[in-house]
Design a protein around this ligand. Structure first.
Ligand code: MCA
Ligand code: AMP
Length: 492
């Protein structure tokens, strides 16, 4: 089943799909069907076929959604990239995914043309211009039938190795999530989602777009998150989704109160742990209990607190319908209630594997087909899941993942650096902040500013350490492993 064919019969053609921040209708459901059809037809005529990969890096605009839908409809695998990625990072993705076409915006065109043949790069501006010409408009593009396991999207995520891996997400994975979330969040036709998330991750792309598409509801579409703008638009919306940093920032807005939320039905949080303090302050100010849910690139959403029914603070709620959750304790056995261990997941929502990495895929699944998340968790007697921590070496800053290994490799490559360790320390707004500990080569002196300046030319901005500390040597255990817990305690 092509996921688009699950959306399409539910479309109400004349209903608004996208509203601008001024609440003008940008596209109706009829518009997106026609326009995504024209783009799908154009891409097919260019020679792209089912299973070919299309990489996209561009600012968030309404047209990005049209391109995404066109890929779904024509069976082309969509690969969105974070807009903060710089040339060195992008080079890896281009070489690994071998895209047949890259769609980007005019400002980024040159970057890609240096990495790949010019004819494989197209700007979104020229694509929209071409497909708006009467001769290129397609009234009724026939959406390609796909099997449940056909790959719809490939999203890059890193493992403990620090090298990004393409998670292959199928049409069936996406459909299972939208069905279970519609139930648990009681999504309604008349809902209006205030959408301010980026659309290159699971959160903003799948959860944020699929819920309205599946229920023929509207989106107020903002190009980025701004706390003041979001708060001012709450009276016009019914649902809001964000990472915990969004809620921390919204709480700083004086105008946030219960009256402004009169029209709202629910606030949803995920991608990183929501602090109890944030949950409580938000409830005090607005009367709303934020609905916390838990997901991963490889699995989509796994659990959520219910909309009606008990929301347990500090937990990420109950397993979604069709998703099995279990905990494996340190001894390798399935844990009892309330015992901590690694969280394992099985269900239609779980991805098929990493692109061209069969061995790594096998290593991440148990013999009976559960995906090992690398998250430490416990499940209570009522089946509510609490995320306790992470087994994997990962920092989540403002809802974005930073892999210490990747940042360490770049710091280590700088002249004068002997070695480094990258750790996450608590941060009032981003949840965690990236910090680097650097050991310089004997007789070499480096300043924090010098290191940061160099890193900023190589790594995306959110991966740049907020602080650099210097040490004479790194503390290691008897196995030679850097004692990161010790470093977190020392510098935290
Ligand atoms: C920006 N900066 C950051 C971050 N973002 N620093 C640490 N962590 C961040 N996440 C820094 C920049 O480097 C820059 O630093 C300064 O902040 C201003 O940059 P700007 O881009 O203007 O920041 P912003 O617009 O305020 O962005 C912050 C943000 C954004 C709104 C929190 O990062 C964001 O939208 N995060 C959400 C990401 C998301 O969608 N995550 C879901 C992943 P300087 O001034 O020093 O240069 S999906 C997922 O995790 C799973 C599947 C799930 O469960 O959902
Ligand atoms: P990603 O690789 O971007 O898909 O990030 C997935 C990771 O985000 C998970 O493995 C968790 O560690 C973390 N995560 C997502 N939602 C939550 C949540 N509600 N609470 C705690 N951690 C979360």
């Amino acid at each position: 089943m092509n996921i688009y064919n699950s959306f399409k019969p539910r479309f109400v053609p004349e209903k608004p799909f996208l509203l601008s921040s001024k609440l003008d209708v940008t596209y109706s459901y009829m518009d997106i069907d026609q326009k995504s059809g024209s783009i799908a037809s154009y891409l097919t005529n260019l020679g792209l076929k089912e299973g070919d990969r299309l990489m996209a890096q561009m600012e968030k605009t309404p047209e990005t959604i049209l391109l995404y839908l066109a890929c779904l409809r024509s069976g082309i695998v969509y690969i969105p990239l974070n807009t903060s990625y710089l040339t060195e990072e992008i080079k890896f993705f281009v070489n690994d995914a071998e895209p047949s076409l890259i769609v980007t915006d005019r400002e980024r065109e040159k970057t890609f043309e240096l990495l790949i043949e010019k004819k494989k790069v197209l700007t979104i501006e020229s694509l929209i211009e071409s497909t708006s010409k009467p001769e290129n408009q397609e009234k009724s593009f026939l959406t390609k039938e796909m099997s449940d396991s056909s790959i719809a999207v490939m999203l890059y995520t890193s493992g403990t190795t620090g090298n990004p891996k393409g998670a292959m997400i199928s049409h069936g994975n996406l459909l299972s999530n939208v069905i279970s979330l519609t139930k648990i969040w009681k999504w309604e036709k008349n809902d209006v989602l205030l959408h301010s998330l980026p659309i290159y991750h699971v959160h903003g792309l799948f959860v944020g777009l699929h819920m309205p598409l599946f229920n023929s509801s509207a989106i107020i579409y903002l190009d980025k998150f701004s706390a003041s703008q979001v708060v001012s638009l709450l009276p016009k919306a019914t649902v809001f989704m964000g990472v915990p940093t969004y809620y921390v920032r919204m709480l700083r807005e004086e105008s946030l109160n219960s009256a402004i939320c009169n029209n709202m039905r629910c606030f949803i949080s995920g991608s990183a742990p929501l602090l109890e303090k944030t949950f409580n302050e938000f409830k005090k100010r607005t009367g709303f209990e934020i609905v916390e849910r838990y997901g991963m690139t490889e699995t989509g959403m796994n659990t959520s607190n219910p909309l009606s029914g008990e929301k347990k603070i500090g937990t990420v709620g109950l397993p979604l319908e069709g998703t099995q959750v279990r905990i494996r304790n340190k001894e390798g056995h399935i844990a009892k209630d309330n015992e901590t261990g690694e969280l394992e997941i099985k269900g239609r929502n779980v991805f098929g594997g990493y692109w061209r990495k069969e061995r790594q895929t096998d290593e991440d699944f148990t013999a009976d087909g559960f995906f090992m998340t690398g998250d430490l968790a416990k499940v209570d007697e009522d089946k509510y899941v609490t995320i306790i921590g992470r087994k994997k070496d990962l920092i989540i800053s403002g809802g974005l993942n930073v892999y210490p290994k990747e940042v360490e490799s770049v710091i280590d490559s700088l002249p004068g650096v002997k070695e480094s360790a990258v750790i996450g320390l608590p941060h009032f707004e981003f949840g965690e902040k990236v910090c680097g500990i650097v050991i310089t080569e004997k007789g070499k002196q480096l300043s924090e500013a010098e290191i940061l300046r160099k890193l900023k030319s190589i790594l995306a901005n959110f991966k740049i350490p907020k602080e650099i500390y210097f040490m004479k040597e790194l503390p290691r255990n008897s196995m030679g492993k850097v004692k990161k817990k010790f470093l977190r305690e020392k510098f935290g």
